[in-house]
Design a protein around this ligand. Structure first.
Ligand code: AMP
Ligand code: GLY
Length: 460
């Protein structure tokens, strides 16, 4: 019997999807979710362990304890960016633990917009023109040279609140004042990047990365992109309302031509790979390219050093290979020869959110599931913001998926219903039937995930 364990760091919908996918591998005997959530709590082969993800030493201690005595290929997958930027992968490597996730030097590509833009410029990655400022007066002077929409980005990690796509110079100046004078984001906003506004439709390209000096010398350093995906950032149907962490995703993204993909490879992926090699990064994990498809071709908006949320919930169900074997290939440097095969069809994953989201939102509501209906729809519900309340009995209709108690909402984004269909219509119809079989007080969701125009930002 195999005794290979996988440990998944994080507590969102992305981590539930990763844990569920790993648990389906015959190679994996147990998935430890640190800390996981109400969804991973009773997933077969999964077990939650309590840990604070921001406490690097504690995470390393928990991982070491979980993996001690196991002499096989057990490994850790780090879900979110903050622990990577804080050096979790470095500390795990020092402890001899096999880890999917870049060392902190590579993680700066997401943690600092300035570092990312310098890297893009240095290696000729197609992107928006930009300049970085440490003095607010200089940033404002630059903004005043332009008319029309312009983008202001806080340099540091700001949980999705650090980018303002301003319709005009006045709004951009307000953003600079908020970040640099009022310090609304603390240290993250001390430096800002002022960037050209790009028009187009966005796609998310997640990729497996294996780059080290040794792999580069052997000609085996590689970035292998997954099927494309599209997030839907605005809160309301028709791409209206405030920006959110993501209201749903589809994969593959619609309307992406072969030519766009070829340009993505030549103008974004290949220069990025050359840069990772030239900078001598030890980067074994995931890169998520946030790309705007403009009339002049695809341009990189940002690097994320992890998988996307909710893109992961739409991409992983299309994998026709063993995720745990891919993780081993990332760690061992075999990504360039790994057989990435994808299922035919489309996956749609709309997200249900709490009343109030993305502002202050309600918590503590019990979630009811009609499991038979969800199963009948051929969908999988990935939990993002909910926990098991052991004091309450299950509220599911039919077989309870959460036998230990009721699932209680704890987050703004609560869950995603993810379904694969032969085409977008079928995937949408399955995913939405599953969402209709879930209910909690104040629940709402967008009804247009995947439809034409649903992800195009309007409003200027
Ligand atoms: P980022 O964190 O850099 O991806 O920015 C968050 C979101 O802001 C992106 O997903 C885009 O929707 C938008 N955005 C960022 N940069 C630009 C840009 N240069 N032009 C237009 N929209 C942008
Ligand atoms: N879906 C956007 C992100 O994960 O950052």
């Amino acid at each position: 019997m195999t005794t290979m364990k996988a440990i998944v760091i994080g507590s969102g919908g992305r981590e539930h999807a990763i844990a569920w996918t790993l648990a389906s591998s015959p190679d994996i005997s147990e998935v430890v979710c640190a800390p996981g959530n109400g969804g991973t709590a009773t997933e077969p082969k999964c077990r939650n362990v309590s840990v604070s993800v921001s406490e690097t030493s504690e995470v390393v201690r928990v991982c070491s304890a979980e993996l001690s005595g196991l002499s096989d290929g057990s490994f850790v997958v780090v879900g979110p960016e903050d622990p990577l930027a804080a050096g979790l992968a470095d500390r795990l490597a020092q402890a001899g633990i096999r880890t999917v996730g870049p060392l902190s030097r590579g993680a700066q590509l997401e943690a600092s917009k300035d570092v990312a833009k310098r890297f893009m410029d240095k290696y000729g990655v197609a992107c928006a023109k930009s300049a970085t400022f440490t003095e607010h007066a200089d940033a404002i002077a630059e903004i005043r040279k332009h008319s029309g929409p312009i983008v202001v980005k806080a340099d540091g990690l700001a949980a999705g609140k650090g980018v303002v796509v301003a319709p005009d110079a006045d709004a951009a100046v307000d953003a600079v004042r908020d970040f640099m004078v009022e310090s609304t984001l603390g240290a993250a906003g001390r430096k800002v990047v002022v960037e050209e506004y790009l028009e187009g439709e966005e796609i998310s390209i997640l990729a497996a990365v294996s780059v080290t000096e040794e792999l580069a010398a052997a000609g085996k350093a590689a970035i292998v992109p997954f099927v494309t995906a599209r997030d839907h950032k605005r809160r309301l149907d028709g791409a209206q309302g405030p920006n959110t962490g993501g209201m749903g995703a589809i994969a593959p993204a619609t309307g992406v031509s072969e030519e766009t993909l070829a340009r993505f490879r030549s103008d974004i992926l290949e220069p990025t790979l050359r840069g990772l090699i030239a900078e001598k990064f030890d980067y074994r994990g995931f890169i998520f390219f946030g790309v705007m498809v403009t009339k002049d071709g695809p341009k990189l908006l940002e690097y994320n050093v992890r998988l996307g949320d909710p893109e992961t919930q739409a991409v992983l169900p299309l994998m026709d290979f063993d995720f745990s074997k891919m993780c081993a290939a990332i760690i061992d440097g075999d990504v360039s020869s790994f057989d990435f095969a994808w299922k035919e069809g489309v996956c749609c994953a709309p997200v249900a959110v709490s009343r109030g989201y993305p502002g202050p939102y309600e918590k503590g509501h019990a979630i009811a599931f009609d499991h038979k209906k969800i199963e009948g729809a051929g969908a999988k519900v990935f939990i993002a913001g909910a926990t098991v309340d052991q004091r309450r009995s299950p509220r599911g209709i039919g077989e309870p998926q959460w036998p230990e108690g009721t699932l209680i909402t704890t987050g703004g984004r609560v869950l995603a219903a993810s379904a694969v269909g032969k085409d977008l219509d079928e995937a949408r119809s399955r995913a939405y039937s599953a969402l209709e079989a879930v209910s909690f007080d104040g629940m709402s969701f967008r009804r247009d995930i995947g439809l034409p125009g649903a992800a195009v930002s309007k409003g200027f």
